[in-house]
Design a protein around this ligand. Structure first.
Ligand code: C2O
Ligand code: CU
Length: 579
């Protein structure tokens, strides 16, 4: 069983067991003896079964089990002792078992709330809060359902609740680490990069675009979704003028995957101010990395990108021979883009399909009709890519794959999630059952260039209640904090930096570091054996642990976030900062 399924199974069992205890308590209060005993036995079995799931999670990594061991296990042990005793000798009047069963239910609920609302890392304050809640709920039930507890007992319980509450809130409200409070600096002046050799102007504005015969309200560059394709040749100096016509919430250009100097990175309030309606900003950078990239606004990026403010950036090493097509996939107002296109290609012609996923979730791509090689991922060429056939590839949000093949005499089609988006003719192949390529074992390996790391950071991805803002929100968290309260990762120029990224949530987080490409070292403890993978976007699935590393060679303040952009907006965003 994968760690992701274990996380889900453990949560499901905890919910059922808790519901069983609570329902059993209510049934006993109503003197429904058989029902109460039946529910309680099921709850007891569920509670005991968690010994298995929690142990397995702990073996996968302390991150996955911490609060379950520190909070849920002791609470469950007490609950089993108290309620289990009643089950061994059911009292003549089943109503007297109500409070012990309810107590077990409150203990389960308290532990569940710690997992669901707080997550990782568990703090003593939160554990005490859970204990306070369980004690308080038990005292109230006891008073309502009698037999009345003795004065001493109820005083003791109230004292436990109050003490836990006071210490608990005191601890959780204590300021954690200092936030990334470095945003009110002067933005650095653009560095000189030489005379521009390629100039573009992109005007952002609200627009109505026609997709699949439907008029859709969009935000667009030059009135089109996607925006104009920007192409350059290695060695060009790009100058891109961004104008904002009427996007009230501001616009910027972020060059996703392109390791530009920090002042050109287009992150509002970090590297520049967002461009307001009527204003402009000029980006200049040298095109020194070939490959497939994309650009998008980074101002309210979850809304802006979804509404259409994105386009492709392709830097080619030399004039193209053969067919070279970009396929940016996007969902605009529920309509999947691009619409299917057929382009006949003569047999023997080399074809490169540049696949870009501009959505927030993973897409599955299948090339039917020809064996192909994955020539590059995230703009970096792979080493020794071998031909594969009848194999799908999964591209994370923000990611790019370049597929190359020689056109056969028969038609070829590219399918995204089963839908044809590009073809050379009619193809009718079912691709749904194809296996998925694992890039970590694809191509020719080469040793990791570093044997030690100057800085190591662990990022535990989870969900939790964030009470620090004006309104409480159910945030996506990193190490228990949500933006803007996640401490920045501080590195020095030249440091070799390692990230361990752990997903203990139940959803995929496509991780994206600005300004650098990270080398994939291992997934779930298994080292990558294929071609070196230098990525800027990669899916960390539930229960996965990724180890990646990079050289800190691009000074500045860089966003480091989940590229499911609503997650980034809901807290999953921090910064890498040079000392
Ligand atoms: Cu494509 Cu900060 O993102
Ligand atoms: Cu995410």
């Amino acid at each position: 069983m994968s760690t992701g399924s274990l996380l889900a199974a453990d949560l499901a069992i905890a919910v059922l067991a808790t519901a069983g205890w609570l329902a059993g308590g209510v049934a006993s209060a109503a003197r429904r003896r058989r029902l109460a005993l039946g529910l309680a036995v099921l709850a007891l079995l569920g509670t005991l079964a968690r010994a298995v799931t929690i142990t397995a999670l702990a073996r996968a990594g302390w991150w996955f089990a911490a609060e379950k061991i520190v909070v849920a296990t002791p609470l469950s042990l007490v609950a089993v002792a108290v309620a289990g005793a009643r089950l061994l000798r059911p009292p003549a009047d089943i109503r007297s078992a109500a409070v012990p069963l309810l107590f077990a239910g409150y203990a389960g609920s308290g532990a569940l709330l710690v997992t669901v609302l707080h997550g990782y890392p568990v703090s003593p304050g939160v554990a005490l809060l859970a204990v306070a809640g369980v004690a308080a709920a038990t005292v109230v039930s006891w008073r309502l359902l009698g037999p009345r507890p003795s004065r001493a007992v109820s005083r003791a319980a109230v004292a436990v609740a109050v003490a836990a509450l006071v210490t608990g809130t005191g601890l959780t409200a204590a300021p954690q680490a200092s936030p990334a409070g470095t945003h009110d600096h002067e933005y650095r002046q653009a560095q000189p990069v030489g005379e521009p050799t390629k100039r573009f102007t992109l005007t952002a504005g609200t627009a109505t675009v026609r997709v699949s015969g439907r008029d859709v309200a969009a935000w667009a560059f030059d009135g089109q979704v996607p925006g104009p394709e920007l192409t350059a040749t290695v060695g060009d100096v790009l100058e891109v003028t961004l104008r904002n016509r009427d996007i009230e919430r501001g616009v910027t250009l972020h060059w996703h995957g392109y390791d530009v100097p920090n002042d050109q990175d287009g992150v509002p309030d970090v590297t520049q101010a967002a461009v307001s309606p009527g204003q402009e900003f000029v980006y200049r950078f040298r095109a020194d990395q070939a490959g497939t990239y994309w650009y998008h606004t980074h101002s309210v990026s979850d809304v802006g990108v979804r509404m259409g403010l994105y386009g492709v950036l392709v830097v080619r090493p030399a004039p193209v021979t053969g067919v070279d097509v970009t396929v940016p996939v996007h969902t605009l107002a529920g309509v999947p883009l691009p619409v299917a296109r057929t382009e006949p290609v003569e047999a023997g012609v080399p074809v490169r399909l540049r696949l870009v996923n501009t959505d927030n979730t993973t897409h599955r791509y299948a090339l039917a009709g020809a064996p192909f090689r994955v020539a590059a991922i995230d703009g970096s060429d792979l080493r020794g890519p071998t031909p594969v056939a009848e194999t799908a590839v999964l591209i994370p949000a923000g990611g790019r794959y370049d597929l190359v093949f020689t056109a056969p005499a028969t038609p070829v089609a590219l399918l995204v999630d089963g839908r044809s988006v590009w073809s050379t003719g009619e193809v009718s192949t079912a691709t749904g059952s194809w296996p998925v390529l694992d890039p970590l074992s694809y191509g020719t390996g080469s040793p990791v260039p570093w044997s030690r790391f100057d800085r190591e950071f662990t990022l535990v991805l989870d969900r939790g209640l964030d009470l620090r803002g004006l309104l409480p929100r159910y945030a996506h968290t990193v190490n228990g904090a949500a933006a803007p309260d996640i401490p920045p990762q501080v590195v020095g120029l030249g440091d070799i930096v390692k990230f361990t990224i752990v997903n203990r949530s139940l959803v995929v987080h496509p991780w994206h570091l600005h300004g650098h490409h990270v080398l994939v070292l291992a997934r779930d403890g298994t080292p990558a054996t294929g071609s070196p993978l230098w990525w800027d976007s990669f899916d960390v699935r539930p229960g996965e642990v990724w180890e990646v590393a990079f050289r800190a060679d691009n000074p500045g303040m860089w966003a480091n976030h989940c590229h499911n952009l609503p997650h980034a907006d809901a807290g999953m965003m921090l910064h890498l900062m040079y000392r």
